[in-house]
Design a protein around this ligand. Structure first.
Ligand SMILES: Cc1cc2nc3c(=O)[nH]c(=O)nc-3n(C[C@H](O)[C@H](O)[C@H](O)COP(=O)(O)OP(=O)(O)OC[C@H]3O[C@@H](n4cnc5c(N)ncnc54)[C@H](O)[C@@H]3O)c2cc1C
Length: 452
């Protein structure tokens, strides 16, 4: 189909780029406006040695069929490497494996009966498909009722606090159900070993493939273009007809510009949509405003030595100033990075937390004594480079009965659509679901434009 219709897309993460790609395939002219100076959103990368590394640690699960199918469509299927993951728990100076059912049975922080109970919980949750009962109860309430205090304190409660801070008690059980389900999809064989996928060459390979196809199809792709506000029709104030984007005065090529569109898709967080389109009021705006986000903060270390043998180490101990250490090179070997070890020291916190605003050296100074609790030999001389990566909308906090507040893709303003992490439910956000939602929004916009 050939159409002269022009779609504006706010955000060049995976939702925005996928929506653009799908709409372009339908014959639409697309413009993607990205605030940052790079593409990929939360899955963006930085160049490192002769390859790339993600701002935040990334991998794919067995159930991530949308992004895997997209990779196949773009000829990237052979880039995916399925690698055994090494997950562990830091507990009182020890690093405990947390990979197979046998590890669970040996998991010293819990009594034997509670280890069995935790294993049964995993088995049960994997088989449950009806998530609705789990959205009516918080994870804390469910865990205390069915698993008891010890499992809550030493495992789930600690992990929930790590991810959601003082909002942890409000998180609905459906979120935890989704996490267990997705991890179960990546377990294989009698050993139930988890295998996770990583694209050889990093997620940049997927971003580049999308950009290449978009450019070949004539898409207008602009970075460094923060969208400031939507433009509405003078006669129909409820109808969006364009966007104002860019920085500085209205001076043509480099300054702010007004652009006309037949439809606009916003893939930015909910609060950003409300800033860009303050005309949105009522329950739709209230529901978006009610969602709180935890910010993501990663200190990426390029190190001469390895910190531990674990890929993903949960740190449930709140005396640490971080919640996990993800040693990427215990997954993708150091040979990919000229023998260096790539270590993310990870935090989820409130954007008001002072750590969220610290620079690399300051964070490293704060973290070093705690990294030495994991490996006493660690010292700052190991570290050749540091990068600090931040995202203030790292993780939406999904509270009880969220299905009743799930924002529609069609906003109250005609011609303006929303496609972001707040519409991924009951699963948790991820690149797979960003692709899914990009494909979905493209179908909805197409239907409306064909009918309208
Ligand atoms: C710490 C961390 C670890 C993660 N690990 C994984 C993982 O292992 N596997 C996985 O699949 N997923 C993972 N994710 C999640 C995954 O990266 C995201 O779900 C996905 O990339 C989101 O894509 P998106 O396009 O919906 O949103 P985003 O990537 O957030 O894209 C939105 C874009 O909109 C832009 N924008 C915002 N406001 C404006 C504006 N006013 N004008 C123009 N542009 C604007 C932003 O700059 C951004 O680029 C992780 C995320 C984090 C934070």
């Amino acid at each position: 189909m050939n159409t002269s219709k022009h779609i504006g897309i706010i955000g060049g993460g995976y939702a925005g780029l996928t929506a653009a790609y799908e709409l372009q395939k339908q014959g639409y002219h697309v413009t993607v406006l990205e605030r940052d100076d790079h593409w990929g959103g939360q899955a963006a990368t930085i160049p490192l040695f002769d390859t790339y590394i993600e701002h935040f640690y990334h991998h794919l699960f067995g159930s991530d069929t949308h992004i895997i199918n997209l990779m196949e469509e773009m000829g990237l299927a052979d880039h995916l490497e399925w690698i055994a993951s090494k997950v562990g728990f830091y507990h009182e100076g020890q690093i405990l494996d947390f990979i197979t059912p046998m590890d669970l049975l040996r998991f010293a922080p819990l009594s034997l009966w509670n280890r069995i109970k935790l294993g049964l919980m995993y088995l049960y949750m994997q088989r449950v498909n009806d998530w609705r009962p789990y959205e009516r109860i918080t994870a804390k309430e469910w865990l205390l009722k069915y698993m008891g205090q010890e499992i809550y304190d030493k495992v789930w409660g600690a992990l929930l606090r790590g991810k959601f801070g003082n909002l942890a008690d409000e998180v609905a059980m459906v979120w935890l159900w989704g996490k267990i389900k997705v991890r179960a999809s990546s377990r294989r064989g009698a050993q139930q070993q988890e295998k996770l996928a990583y694209p050889r060459g990093s997620f940049q390979v997927i971003t580049d493939a999308l950009l290449e196809r978009l450019r070949a199809g004539g898409a207008d792709l602009r970075t460094g273009q923060p969208v400031d506000h939507v433009v509405t029709d003078a006669k129909e104030p409820n109808r969006v007809t364009g966007l104002v984007a860019g920085e500085g005065p209205f001076d043509g090529a480099h300054g702010r510009q007004k652009m006309a569109f037949d439809a606009v898709i916003c893939t930015a967080p909910g609060y950003e949509l409300l800033r860009i389109a303050p005309q949105i009021t009522g329950p739709y705006a209230d529901n978006l405003r009610a969602v709180r986000y935890q910010a993501a903060l990663a200190l990426l270390l390029v190190s001469k030595h390895s910190l531990s043998r674990i890929y993903w180490m949960n740190i449930p101990d709140r005396s640490f100033p971080f919640v996990a250490v993800v040693e990427h090179t215990n997954y993708m070997p150091p040979e990919n990075y000229q023998g260096r070890h790539i270590i993310y020291v990870s935090n989820y916190l409130s954007p008001d937390d002072p750590r969220f605003h610290m620079e690399g050296e300051e964070l490293l100074r704060l973290y070093t004594p705690h990294l030495q609790r994991i490996n006493p030999e660690f010292n700052e001389d190991w570290v050749e480079q540091t990068f600090v990566l931040r995202d203030s909308s790292g993780q939406p906090v999904i509270t009880r009965n969220y299905s009743q507040r799930l924002p529609d893709h069609r906003t109250p303003l005609q011609g303006l659509y929303l496609a972001n992490a707040l519409q991924i439910y009951p699963e948790d956000r991820g690149t797979n679901y960003a692709v899914m939602i990009g494909q979905r929004i493209a179908r909805i916009v197409h239907e409306d434009l064909v009918e309208g």
